[in-house]
Design a protein around this ligand. Structure first.
Ligand SMILES: Cc1ncc(COP(=O)(O)OP(=O)(O)O)c(N)n1
Ligand SMILES: Cc1nc(C(=O)O)sc1CCOP(=O)(O)O
Ligand SMILES: [Mg+2]
Length: 237
């Protein structure tokens, strides 16, 4: 922490998260960007679908979040997806597992509260890796994650979601609070759609996450275009 009580910006942060900080203008935070999360199971048609959505709207980061599958399946999917993300300049984050993130040469890992230690992930993945941490609706967890070296803290679930059972429903004001005390990025997650994203962007989210509202949409590229329009039209806090 600095003397003013604000968590200091890691100098390497400017180069992280898909170059998000490159958009930084003056003293303000960069504009809010989309953080796309994969469906929980992998379909052979997914790489083409991924290209189609990234053609329709930008994402700063993509998280490979496959559930109830073998390590081999995650590794195979990651090997196919990684060059696509590189081509679109999208940061590649692996959910849950720093070891698989390392094997895949990913840009980072997302850790839930039970998914392992930040320091161990840092030791494994290195200084430049992006390490994100689930903080539910807890200021304490976010401060702790920041002190332990997280590159972003994730708050949620802001809205009802079919993607995951959730027990926390933070108020959007936690995003604004975080931006006043820390320069570490904050991510909003949970049931976010193009038509309900605006209050979270206005409250201060640096990134909004979306999974179901893109992949389960009638037109996933259409959903991406709609997110792009909302983000373009909405200044953050
Ligand atoms: C960006 C982001 N935020 C939160 C989560 C949830 O992580 P976790 O609590 O470990 O739950 P699972 O996603 O592993 O089911 C996330 N994955 N990404
Ligand atoms: C993976 C996840 N974590 C959450 C949390 O609150 O920590 S909510 C969530 C689901 C995100 O998917 P969707 O955009 O479909 O709601
Ligand atoms: Mg997890």
């Amino acid at each position: 922490m600095s003397e003013g009580g604000k968590v200091e910006l890691d100098p390497a942060f400017a180069d992280r998260f898909g170059g998000a900080m490159k958009n930084k203008g003056g003293d303000g935070r960069p504009p809010c960007q989309l953080y796309l999360i994969s469906p929980s199971s992998y379909d052979p048609g997914f790489p083409e679908q991924l290209k189609a959505v990234l053609d329709a709207g930008a994402a700063a980061a993509f998280q490979l979040r496959l559930k109830n599958v073998s390590d081999m399946e995650i590794l195979r999917a990651g090997e196919v997806i990684r060059p696509i993300l590189e081509a679109y300049d999208v940061a590649f984050i692996v959910n849950d597992r720093a070891d698989l993130a390392q094997q895949l040469g990913a840009d980072g890992v997302h850790l839930g509260q039970g998914d392992g230690d930040i320091a161990e992930a840092r030791a494994r993945l290195g200084h430049a890796a992006q390490i994100g941490v689930t903080c539910h609706g807890s200021r304490h967890l976010a401060l702790e994650a920041g002190e332990k070296g997280a590159d972003y803290v994730a708050f949620g679930a802001f809205y009802e979601t079919q993607t995951k059972e959730t027990q926390h429903r933070p108020d959007p004001s936690i995003l604004g609070w975080w931006t006043t005390i820390s320069e570490i990025a904050c991510v909003a997650i949970g049931g976010i759609r193009p038509d309900n994203a605006k209050p979270l962007v206005e409250a201060g989210a640096d990134f909004i996450c979306a999974s179901g509202s893109v992949w389960k949409a009638d037109s996933p590229p259409g959903a991406m275009a709609a997110f792009a329009a909302v983000l373009e039209a909405t200044p953050n806090a």
